[in-house]
Ligand binder design. Structure first.
Ligand code: ZN
Ligand code: ZN
Length: 304
């Protein structure tokens, strides 16, 4: 089912009062876990969604227990803002202290809930050397998925998300410049997972792209391709018989799509959880020859 949307100017609220950047709430991983558990009920990928739900709960425990992270010095934040650079980019910060401990703690928590075959896949996080873990993390952060250990990547990504969420929660949105291009996170420079139309508050009815790493969200007008800025002929697809919470917005210019999650249709919908639970839509788009522009670190596929 394909429909063509109105142009952005026809449907978007007047600019000026729009919150451009939303920082993640304190319970972001817990909310995600609950949504995954809800989506797992009666789902053909239920076991997998429950596994990711347990991982998200472990992330919340880690976020709650961890020490405060240290932001870059104020001069650096001002400099990044002036030059429209993401202040928390991995290239600028390097790997956070203690990130390997976080990854190993998450792996230990997950091991107890897995059958033997799954346990073997996670052991690399516990048994490999520090240099291997650092290299896997750098590849994931750099968007280079070719040499990644696919079983370890969700745990490594989850640990990095905890550290970046801890950092970004200490920022004030006013410290971050609006990006020159809307395809990357203005806070950390990572790719989006998907986009979400929020309900409630000043962001009601507005679309935000959700960051795969730091979980910040940045505003991008609807019916605009975040990958190439094109606004013409953007189409929306959804699975036949679906409730329309998740749709794929595809662009005829760059031939990519990004999912859009409609909280108007379900206020509990989550840009990461609902993305995972709608893999069938990715398969449909793949069959149509349209490439995915979003990345979900819980499930590294042939993206980017
Ligand atoms: Zn980010
Ligand atoms: Zn495009």
């Amino acid at each position: 089912m394909t429909t063509t949307l109105l142009q952005p100017g026809e449907i978007e609220a007047a600019a000026g009062s729009i919150p451009e950047l939303l920082l993640p709430p304190a319970d972001l991983f817990l909310s995600r876990a609950r949504r995954l558990e809800q989506l797992a009920e009666g789902h053909s990928l239920g076991d997998y969604l429950r596994f990711v739900g347990r991982l998200a709960r472990a992330q919340q425990e880690s976020l709650d227990a961890g020490p405060a992270a240290e932001l870059p010095v104020p001069e650096r934040l001002v400099q990044c803002r002036e030059h429209q650079m993401p202040p928390l980019s991995p290239a600028g910060l390097g790997l956070p202290d203690g990130w390997r401990d976080t990854a190993q703690q998450l792996a230990r928590t997950m091991l107890s809930s897995l059958p033997a075959a799954g346990q073997a896949a996670l052991k690399s996080v516990l048994e490999k050397q520090d240099a291997w873990l650092d290299e896997q993390a750098m590849q994931l952060l750099g968007g280079n998925i070719q040499g990644l250990d696919a079983a370890a990547a969700p745990i490594i990504g989850a640990a990095l998300q905890v550290h970046w969420a801890r950092l970004v929660r200490q920022l004030d949105p006013a410290q971050v410049a609006r990006p020159e291009h809307p395809n990357l996170c203005p806070v950390c420079g990572a790719h989006p997972v998907s986009s979400v139309v929020r309900v409630g508050g000043a962001q009601n009815g507005l679309r935000y792209l959700h960051c795969a790493l730091c979980n910040a969200e940045w505003h991008v007008v609807r019916a605009k391709c975040s990958n190439c800025d094109n606004t013409r002929g953007i189409a929306q697809d959804r699975l036949e018989g679906s409730d329309g919470v998740v749709q794929a917005e595809s662009c005829p210019e760059c031939n990519t799509y990004l999912k859009i999650i409609q909280q108007e249709k379900d206020p509990l919908a989550d840009p990461v959880a609902d993305d995972l639970a709608s893999l069938a839509l990715d398969w449909l788009m793949d069959e149509s020859g349209v490439a995915r522009s979003g990345i979900n670190w819980y499930l590294i596929q042939g993206q980017l």
